[in-house]
Every structure is written in structure tokens, then in C-alpha cells.
Design a protein around this ligand. Structure first.
Ligand SMILES: *[C@@H]1O[C@H](CO)[C@@H](O)[C@H](O)[C@H]1NC(C)=O
Length: 190
């Protein structure tokens, strides 16, 4: 293989790994899971739901509800505590609503319909800037590109021992992307 092709492959591989990394970073969190956004069975329902998640800058909250049955108000901490409306930051009223978490720190939401907030239909999330290590680090053999799952051979134990977890999570995507790049070049007759 000509040297320029090899360099091109490396570039394609790196680009692929970068794209994969970006697509891993952001999540859509469906608030309340299958229950959706409505008066909860108890006052701690949404607190319990949020406690099981990590919210990262760039993630989205998806509030599932019918327009006019519910809405979503983003409010201050104070308003959140007492279901007040002195500092409303944003109003979303066309269900379902998708809210991008674009700044770190605490974000507070509640339903502004009737006494739904008083009944516990409120959500506080703490948004962090850095994504936690994604779960696929635990399993080096499986990667997913936009729903397409790619299996790669497990990294040799030598590699496992010497590469840091952070490096390791780019190797297989880079290899996969480089192979794909090679295939493309081949198909183009380059
Ligand atoms: C609140 O309701 C949910 C869903 O029914 C349940 O899983 C959770 O244990 C309840 N929490 C309390 C404190 O009762």
C-alpha cells in the first residue's frame, strides 16, 4: 500500500473514532422512563428516577406528555421548592418537550398545571461537564455506531495491561473505522 494511502487511512480512522466519541457523549433521558411526565404515584418518584442517572452537558431531557394536559416550567431552586412562579426561566407547553441541558449545575423543572407540582410532579437534575466512562469500556468487544453493533476481537491482554482505559476506548473504534476506510478506498479503486 502506498504511504499516502496509509496516512489517509490513519486520518479516516482518527476521524471515525472522534465521531464515535461524540455520538457516545450525549444522551436523551426520557423523564420518568416509561411512566412519562404526569402526576407521579408518590412525591419522590422523579427524585428516585433522577438519582439513577448521570446528566452531562449536551444531554437532553425528553418530557413525554400531551399538549395542554401538562407542561414543563424551568424554574429557580426557590420556585422548585415551593412550586412558586417568581423566577420562571423557560416555559415548554407543546408536548412532548425536549430540553437540552446546555449548562452545568442544578436545573429545576415542574408541571405548571393545576396542583401537579404540589403532588410531586417536579424534577431536579444536577448537570455535570464531563461524561462518566461509558459502559462499553467494561466490554471491549462490542461497539455501537448509531444502532449498528460492531463486534471486534477482544484486545490482547498485553494491550489491556499497558493501555489506559481512556486510550483503550478509542482503539477498537479507530481500527473499525480504519478498516471501513480501507474498504471504501478499495471500492473506489484508489
Ligand atoms: C414511588 O413510586 C415508585 C413507582 O411506583 C416506586 O418504585 C417507589 O418505590 C415509590 N417510592 C416511595 C418512597 O414510596
Amino acid at each position: 500500500m502506498a504511504q499516502s494511502h496509509f496516512i489517509l487511512l490513519l486520518l479516516l480512522g482518527s476521524l471515525g473514532a472522534l465521531l464515535l466519541r461524540v455520538s457516545y457523549a450525549h444522551k436523551d433521558h426520557v423523564v420518568g422512563g416509561g411512566f412519562g411526565w404526569k402526576i407521579p404515584p408518590n412525591a419522590t418518584f422523579y427524585k428516585e428516577w433522577a438519582a439513577t442517572k448521570t446528566f452531562v452537558v449536551g444531554d437532553k431531557l425528553v418530557f413525554l406528555y400531551r399538549t395542554s394536559a401538562e407542561n414543563v416550567l424551568e424554574v429557580s431552586a426557590h420556585d422548585y421548592e415551593n412550586c412558586g412562579n417568581s423566577e420562571i426561566i423557560e416555559i415548554y407547553y407543546r408536548g412532548p418537550s425536549t430540553v437540552q441541558l446546555s449548562t452545568p449545575g442544578q436545573h429545576f423543572f415542574y408541571s405548571g398545571i393545576g396542583l401537579h407540582c404540589e403532588a410531586g410532579q417536579k424534577l431536579a437534575v444536577n448537570v455535570v461537564t464531563t461524561a462518566p466512562p461509558p459502559p462499553f469500556v467494561a466490554d471491549d468487544s462490542l461497539y455501537s455506531i448509531g444502532g449498528l453493533e460492531i463486534f471486534t476481537a477482544p484486545a490482547p491482554s498485553q494491550l489491556r495491561a499497558t493501555a489506559s482505559a481512556d486510550t483503550r476506548r478509542y482503539i477498537a473504534p479507530a481500527v473499525a473505522a480504519a478498516l471501513f476506510g480501507g474498504y471504501l478506498l478499495g471500492a473506489l479503486g484508489m
